[in-house]
Design a protein around this ligand. Structure first.
Ligand SMILES: Cc1cc2nc3c(=O)[nH]c(=O)nc-3n(C[C@H](O)[C@H](O)[C@H](O)COP(=O)(O)OP(=O)(O)OC[C@H]3O[C@@H](n4cnc5c(N)ncnc54)[C@H](O)[C@@H]3O)c2cc1C
Length: 390
């Protein structure tokens, strides 16, 4: 008889788990708490060979996956190119990957507006309970419900995400809105600027509706920045302090203004121009957590629910894909084999990402690196950012 899996969370981690299990002959039902189709606000995603292989394995159509970049280039504050590293990579977007996977889910198996609250299980089955009082029973429950996972909170109540001390600002600018000199400077490259205390990267992605035509793409700007007063940044115009992160439309104008002023004081002119011309930038605080096991009986954690690797390492989507493929391999047996395979791999990605984040604070003994020209680990940052951790 066909086995049934319930998946809590319909983002990229949940869709990868669903598609991998479908390929392995399972019936799947994905339950996503949001009641409208998800959208990634254009967030860029850097791909790796392992991610592309995983997409192929689950049957995704990779036509027009994203924009190919060939070089990584670092700038100093004056806008001079201070280092170049040839490195070919396809950069795509959250929406594109979500769309490719979403298409593979059979009609009627993806359920919006369904919030899984908790589970109980016995030797023969697992039951997911929803906040509306209903429940569903299956052979397997996958907690793909993100870094604030309800499934993990029940399975591992002592694991709570810890604020890493800084935020990531993100902005997107339309290619056509960039002045010719800025376009020539940055657009075709994966760029870096690493003054003490910050890290900035940028890369081109497709335009709206996956438009890859020259002139119709966008540039994705990512700035890891210290947040002197996170409480204030998370407070909206009504004085409400949001707990973990603040919805982008609620970020106050003065918080945005302070960010723009700081950017103007410390960044190369091309980066300032990108920010000035972008759609309304938004920030997300960076959190860390890592689960020492990824299963409990018939319940498995995957993706960010199991472990967050800070975005420096660009492994979030790839890690979720690798979790999914491993889960599909081990789903018929005891899930301890899944944990044994994925916990150490997740930890490696998690630690590499923390190391990359820690280098934001590095200065050498003789130089404060305020102009980004003398970061002691610049070549390592360029070599290891958004690169697969084996
Ligand atoms: C700035 C930034 C840049 C990034 N860049 C990259 C990159 O270049 N490459 C990369 O690979 N990754 C990147 N990531 C990470 C990547 O986006 C995630 O790691 C990846 O999407 C996997 O997430 P997930 O599906 O496990 O969790 P999430 O995307 O958090 O999804 C969890 C889903 O579960 C739903 N949910 C939550 N609770 C419940 C519940 N109780 N019941 C039902 N549904 C629930 C949520 O609504 C959500 O849709 C980046 C992240 C950030 C913030």
């Amino acid at each position: 008889m066909t086995k049934r899996a319930i998946i809590a969370g319909g983002s990229i981690g949940g869709l990868f788990a669903a598609t991998a299990l479908l390929r392995a002959g399972w019936h799947v039902d994905v339950y996503e708490r949001t009641d409208v189709e998800l959208s990634g606000r254009g967030a860029g995603i850097v791909t790796h060979d392992t991610l592309i292989a995983a997409l192929e394995t689950v049957g995704a159509d990779l036509t027009d996956l994203g924009v190919q970049v060939h070089d990584r280039v670092a700038f100093d504050k004056a806008g001079s190119r201070i280092a170049t590293l040839p490195y070919s990579q396809i950069v795509t977007s959250w929406d594109r990957i979500h769309q490719l996977l979403r298409k593979l889910i059979p009609r009627g198996c993806y359920h919006l507006g369904r919030h899984v609250k908790r589970y109980n299980q016995n030797s023969g089955s697992v039951t997911a309970q929803f906040d509306d009082g209903t429940s569903e029973t299956a052979d397997l429950l996958v907690g793909a419900d993100g870094f604030r996972s309800a499934i993990r909170a029940q399975m591992l109540p002592d694991i709570t995400p810890q604020y890493a001390g800084y935020v990531v600002w993100r902005a997107l600018v339309h290619e056509a809105d960039l002045p010719a000199n800025v376009h020539a400077d940055v657009f075709d490259a994966f760029t870096f600027y690493t003054p003490a205390g910050s890290q900035i990267i940028g890369y081109p992605i497709a335009g709206p509706n996956n438009d890859l035509r020259v002139g119709h793409r966008r540039y994705n700007f990512v700035w890891y920045a210290p947040a002197a007063d996170l409480d204030d940044m998370l407070t909206d115009d009504n004085g409400d302090r949001h707990k973990i992160s603040i919805p982008p439309p609620l970020i106050r104008d003065d918080v945005l203004g302070a960010m723009q002023t700081q950017a103007k004081a410390m960044m190369p002119a091309s980066f300032v121009e990108i920010l000035n011309r972008s759609e309304r930038p938004f920030f997300t605080p960076i959190y860390d957590h890592h689960s020492p096991v990824m299963h409990d009986g018939r319940v498995a954690l995957s993706g960010d629910a199991a472990c967050v690797a800070r975005p420096h390492v660009g492994m979030g989507v790839t890690k979720a894909a690798e979790d999914a493929l491993a889960l599909a391999r081990h789903a018929n047996g005891p899930l301890a084999a899944y944990s044994d395979e994925r916990v150490p791999a997740s930890l490696r990605a998690h630690l590499r990402a923390r190391q990359l984040g820690s280098w934001m604070q590095t200065i050498d003994a003789t130089n404060t690196n305020s102009d980004g020209a003398s970061h002691p680990q610049l070549s390592d940052i360029m070599r290891l950012t958004a690169v697969t951790v084996d």
